[in-house]
Design a protein around this ligand. Structure first.
Ligand code: ASP
Length: 327
């Protein structure tokens, strides 16, 4: 009698566990509700930019947002949406990621990226890669195929080759606009930086995911790593709270552990997503440091910044679709 009761309990426990796994992997609890927020960098963005350039940026933001929205609306995962949106930006030279990456002071390119899965805090990142067209996809491979979180420089590129990724020549990342920015920065004619890309998503399964990809800051020292590949600083996702991607002056975001702190303020202090993000951007950081995009587990979103502008956009299952640059 005792044995059969034990067997019955075991059957109940095991079947509950397998339902939970199934729901986590795909969809017993498919909500049909999603939210996606994206950014293409915060910084000094002149409102007097020519209309044609403004249009080009808004079109790219809308195209990226549509890629993510379509994946989510078809029942795809948040991680896929994050990777595909950021891959799109990495192929667009207007943005400081992949092919449009800024130059270091040595005239080279060193790119950083990270991705995080809010289901179980699994995450992956790469830093200082010089020959990878899509650092966000390599970050995802670090998460899914290695026991590590962050691979950098040659080790990251050797791992890429072992995964069948072709290394690009460094000239692949050269663009005249970024070279001019380097020269202006070196002559101190113009400061300012923008174009890092990020994405945060709540998918139809109630899972949160976030990712960030960047060339870093123009004229940075070779070897400098910013906040974007650092989990908790530039990127964070936790199903209990929110998914966050940051952009701006990386050293400030590292010192203030911004992405994790948004989540922690929600979890430990009971703040709403907006309260937590505003606390970090407007109270802990200084004016002109940057901004972030974030979504919580109920699909609420926020996109605060303390710079003059931030390229950004949002799409939701309830039909909201908007791309913006200034307040
Ligand atoms: N946060 C990035 C970095 O410091 C740059 C940016 O977001 O514009 O590398």
């Amino acid at each position: 009698m005792k044995i059969s009761r034990l067997a019955f309990t075991l059957i109940v426990v095991l079947s509950c566990a397998s339902i939970t796994n199934y729901a986590q992997d795909k969809a017993t609890f498919q909500t049909k509700k999603y939210t996606i927020v994206i950014h293409g960098g915060a910084g000094t963005i002149s409102q007097s930019m020519p209309d044609s350039i403004k249009e080009a940026y808004l079109n790219s933001l809308a195209a990226a947002l549509n890629i993510g929205k379509d994946i989510l609306a078809r029942g795809g995962t948040g991680l896929d949406a994050v990777e595909k949106v950021l891959s799109y930006f990495e192929s667009d030279p207007k943005f400081n990621a992949g092919i449009g990456a800024v130059y270091t002071s040595a005239g080279t390119h060193e790119m950083d990226a990270s991705i995080m899965d809010g289901r179980d805090l699994s995450c992956g990142a790469v830093a200082g890669v010089q020959h990878i067209a899509h650092p966000i996809s390599l970050a995802r491979l670090v998460m899914e195929k290695t026991p590590h979180v962050l691979l950098a420089y040659d080790g990251a590129e050797k791992f890429a080759q072992s995964m069948g990724i072709t290394l690009e020549p460094s000239t692949y990342f050269d663009t005249p606009e970024r070279l001019e920015q380097l020269h202006e920065m070196q002559k101190k004619i113009k400061e300012g930086n923008h174009g890092t890309v990020g994405c945060a998503v709540l998918d139809e399964y109630g899972n949160l995911a976030a990712g960030t990809s960047t060339g870093g800051m123009t004229n940075k020292m070779p070897g400098r790593i910013g906040d974007s590949p650092l989990i908790g600083d530039g990127t964070y996702a936790n199903n209990k709270t929110c998914a966050v991607s940051c952009t701006g002056w990386g050293e400030k975001f590292i010192k203030n552990t911004v992405a994790f702190n948004v989540s922690a303020l929600m979890e430990y202090k009971g703040m709403t997503l907006k309260e937590a993000a505003d606390e970090m951007i407007y109270k802990r950081l200084q004016p002109d440091d940057g901004g972030l995009i974030a979504v919580d587990r109920n699909g609420n979103y926020t996109m605060p910044f303390n710079t003059s502008g931030m390229f950004r956009g949002v799409a939701t299952s309830s039909g909201e679709f908007e791309v913006k640059i200034w307040k």
